[in-house]
Design a binder for this molecule. Structure first.
Ligand code: GAP
Length: 491
């Protein structure tokens, strides 16, 4: 039997995710809500498994990291102190003819992509076009770093960048657009009651710095981890769950002594990459991308990028945030947020290294990496096809499918006994309907790593057939060894 892989486009992954109960468009019966998604039965479990894997790696595997669960709503001054009210915005531009609104960086990047596509087809090799695309992106980075909107506008005009809808270059001025959602708390009359849905979970950690340090008796260096929802009014929402308006983050703020931030930045850069690789994903699917334009709070920053079906994109950020956040919260709250270091007998505001990963984006990464359409060449010369999710066993929503060969002769009872033995330890799935091959295919499609078939021989010698998802190999083993086999692979 040999296998070949075919198409794994984003569109195929989106359709598969919907068909097999991983991800649905939000409120689909009302035609959906742009950039908002719901997770179905297998999606919710897969998402939980990714979250748990992260949470365990942070709070259980590190003695000096503890977790919290802060509220989504925070005092509005939080967002003044953090800088989000003044500078959490994207530069936008509108096309006057089509009225379509673009994020300036996305508009320019799309034009650079077009130039590179033309270069690939050019008879002369396309070197000049490629140089133009590279210079365009470099100029954009410099102008964005200096908040030079007039320069960006001129760049768009110089390159005659057109709207994909109207085909014209009739652009408005570039404006900043704040990404935070606001709502009212209590009485709607007063301005002071306007509050925001948090655009990141990090601030819930900063404002609780002293509460956590004192109650958990933490000594620097130490970290506080949190997972939870964040909200951003993304103007350009594209690529499925890659960029959403409501999403979940898994963030960890690591508090260090000032002056040691560089070594901890390196430490967390390596630790986080190792976490990704521990899931068995090929190293060449990842790369680091150092930031040219640093956020207002950072003295160093990089992205961990993964090669999605639409190219290398950010999945996680590692940021050296200096003492910016704690100092700002000190200023705005008039409360001291300092640490007394008994080793040097001194108070100081700690520096912070942040690791911040999007749970939904990690979910898309896992799904993209796992999805495969296989053509199977069988020994009898015929071909077969299957769609399989090669999910890491520890993340798979269902670990074991228990399949009695027939609905009679006591086989379902034996299968149920195995289910009862395994259920307390991991998620199992029981199915007695349809031919066994069809049942295997359904489990392949949701990424179940092991199927066990109970047949008439089981009644005689208590052995079962284990079928392995990735190799499709089958092995006869004692039923009493099934649980241990699965546990070994998901540990
Ligand atoms: N506290 C730092 C912070 O929030 P960020 O780079 O803006 O940094 C961190 O976001 C991570 O959150 C990103 O690497 C990405 O995985 C995820 N993320 C950000 N915006 C997102 C969105 N609109 N939809 C899905 N995930 C998003």
């Amino acid at each position: 039997m040999s296998k070949t892989v075919t198409d794994n486009t984003l569109q195929a992954i989106i359709s598969h995710a919907k068909e097999y109960g991983f991800v649905f468009p939000s409120s689909e019966i009302y035609d959906g809500l742009s950039a908002v998604y719901d997770y179905g039965p297998y999606g919710a479990q897969l998402k939980k498994n990714i979250r748990d894997y992260w949470w365990k790696s942070m709070t259980q595997m590190n003695d000096n990291i503890v977790g919290i669960d802060a509220a989504i709503f925070m005092h509005p001054t939080t967002w003044k102190a953090s800088g989000h009210v003044d500078s959490f915005s994207d530069p936008l531009i509108d096309n006057k003819d089509s009225k379509k609104r673009y994020r300036v960086d996305h508009l320019i990047e799309a034009h650079a992509d077009k130039l590179n596509e033309e270069a690939a087809k050019a008879a002369d090799g396309g070197a000049a076009l490629r140089d133009r695309a590279m210079k365009l992106l470099a100029d954009m980075d410099t102008l964005l770093a200096n908040d030079d909107f007039a320069g960006l506008g001129a760049l768009i005009q110089d390159h005659k960048i057109q709207c994909s809808v109207s085909g014209t270059s009739n652009w408005t001025e570039i404006r900043q657009f704040n990404l935070m959602f606001s709502t009212e708390l209590g009485s709607v009359a007063e301005d002071a009651n306007t509050i925001y849905l948090r655009p990141e979970t990090a601030q819930g950690i900063f404002v609780n710095f002293l509460n956590v340090q004192k109650t958990a008796r933490m000594k620097i260096p130490f970290g506080i981890a949190q997972t939870g929802k964040a909200f951003r009014n993304e103007i350009v929402a594209r690529q499925f769950i890659f960029r959403m308006r409501e999403f979940e983050q898994m963030e960890m703020q690591f508090f260090v002594k000032p002056g040691t931030q560089k070594e901890w930045y390196e430490h967390w850069k390596n630790e986080r990459m190792n976490w990704h690789l521990s899931l068995g994903i090929a190293a060449d699917k990842y790369r680091f991308h150092d930031h040219v334009k640093l956020a207002h709070y950072a003295d160093a920053a990089l992205d961990i990028e993964y090669e999605f079906p639409f190219g290398f994109k950010e999945v996680e950020g590692i940021h050296s945030r200096t003492d910016y956040d704690l100092t700002r919260h000190q200023e705005f709250s008039k409360k001291k947020l300092q640490y007394f270091d008994t080793e040097i007998n001194q108070h100081y505001v700690p520096y912070v290294i942040e690791t911040s990963i999007g749970l939904d984006r990690m979910f898309l990464l896992i799904l993209s990496n796992a999805y495969e359409e296989e053509q199977i060449q069988k020994e009898d010369g015929t071909t077969d096809a299957r769609v399989v999710l090669h999910l890491p066993a520890k993340l798979a929503p269902i670990k074991l499918a228990v399949l009695p060969l027939t609905k009679k002769d006591g086989l379902p009872e034996l299968a149920k006994a195995l289910m009862d033995e395994c259920k307390p330890s991991f998620h199992c799935f029981f199915e007695e309907k349809d031919a066994i091959g069809k049942r295997y295919r359904r489990q392949d499609a949701i990424g179940t790593p092991f199927c066990v078939t109970i047949d008439h021989q089981t009644k005689e010698d208590n052995t079962v057939t284990v079928r392995f998802r990735d190799s499709m190999q089958q092995e006869r083993i004692p039923m009493s060894e099934v649980k241990a086999l699965v546990l070994k692979h998901i540990a």
